[in-house]
Design a protein around this ligand. Structure first.
Ligand SMILES: C[S@@+](CC[C@H](N)C(=O)[O-])C[C@H]1O[C@@H](n2cnc3c(N)ncnc32)[C@H](O)[C@@H]1O
Length: 309
């Protein structure tokens, strides 16, 4: 395909769109349908322009043959992922985490002579989520290392660099109290830098949630937050990721999804738990399973609709 001199804004053919959508689905679980076709087209075009490539097939070849981790695929993934995040996002859920899950899990771990609570922010983007957890835990009187440890991962290397740097603009603080920002950040040239005290409590690691080998390097988790990440995945990829989490969670461990996400039609291995300020999922403890009646009823209704359609 020859492109006009002036740029790369020519539309993809249906076949080219399918080729790129399928590649991104298999590499990182992301789903691009007709409703997001424009976005994919735009991002691919922009990248091709930067590489002075004028042919979709040539770029697709480059993507498949460059090293997945450091090559062109990583660049495109950086470009097509949605990285929107901010401090103390979905406050009610974080309140449930600090006020109900933390004390309960910590007590159980102490009874069994276990170490700190392990928390994994899977799909942490620029780090606001894991840093919020650390700040709220410190505010609640918990001690880093002895009470909790936070791991945070993302597929985007650009986002991880930003998270490790820990410098944020005003928009990241839209939900955080000014007093917390004053206490844990330092202002410099209109941005805010997170204190080293908070930074050292988070281990950032590059993980593609579709690749189980790297995830195996993390130990068992008490809490996994995967919020506003699999919402962009196709159903099969969602199932694969949730299955990975099911194995990664200790019995009784919790999975926190974003508010618009649920496991209905994805998995029934985790039980839904009603906490005071939110709903969360939990890996059942053998012999102590408490199936949630709402979840079971919703699942039965969906199954019925699917059988009759
Ligand atoms: C919208 S952000 C969510 C950030 C944060 N969890 C929150 O709720 O505010 C979604 C993040 O998921 C990451 N992501 C998308 N696909 C991924 C994959 N296959 N493996 C790991 N991270 C992925 C993106 O790079 C992006 O930073």
């Amino acid at each position: 395909m020859i492109h006009a001199e002036s740029g790369h804004d020519l539309a993809m053919t249906d076949g080219e769109f399918r080729m790129f959508a399928e590649l991104l689905r298999t590499q990182c679980g992301l789903h691009f349908g007709q409703e997001t076709r424009f976005l994919l087209e735009k991002r691919v075009n922009r990248r091709m322009e930067q590489l002075s490539l004028t042919n979709y097939a040539a770029y697709h070849y480059e993507l498949r043959h460059a090293s997945r981790h450091d090559g062109e695929m990583a660049q495109l993934i950086d470009d097509v992922t949605t990285n929107e995040t901010y401090f103390v996002r979905e406050r009610g859920q974080l309140r449930a985490l600090m006020g109900e899950i933390f004390p309960e899990v910590l007590m159980q771990r102490r009874e069994r002579g276990g170490g700190p609570i392990s928390i994994w922010s899977a799909g942490c983007a620029s780090g606001e989520e894991p840093y919020s957890i650390v700040i709220l835990a410190l505010e609640a009187g918990y001690e880093p290392d002895s009470d909790f440890r936070v791991y945070a991962s993302d597929i985007s290397r650009r986002m991880l660099r930003k998270a490790r740097q820990g410098i944020y603009r005003q928009s990241s603080f839209r939900e955080m109290e000014g007093s917390l920002r004053e206490r844990y950040f330092e202002e410099k040239d209109g941005s805010w830098k997170i204190s080293d005290e908070i930074k050292r409590c988070v281990d950032f690691i590059h993980i593609n949630l579709m690749e189980r080998s790297k995830i195996a390097l993390l130990g068992a988790m008490d809490v996994i937050l995967c919020r506003n990440v699999i919402i962009y995945f196709d159903p099969a990829s969602k199932r694969k990721v949730i299955e990975t989490f099911e194995h990664k969670l200790r019995p009784g461990g919790h999975l926190l999804l974003g508010h618009s996400e649920s496991l209905i039609n994805i998995s029934s291995s985790l039980e839904l738990r009603h906490l005071q300020t939110d709903l969360v999922y939990r890996r059942p403890v053998m012999g102590l399973s408490t199936p949630d009646p709402w979840h079971a009823a919703a699942q039965a209704a969906i199954d019925k609709v699917e059988r009759t359609s």
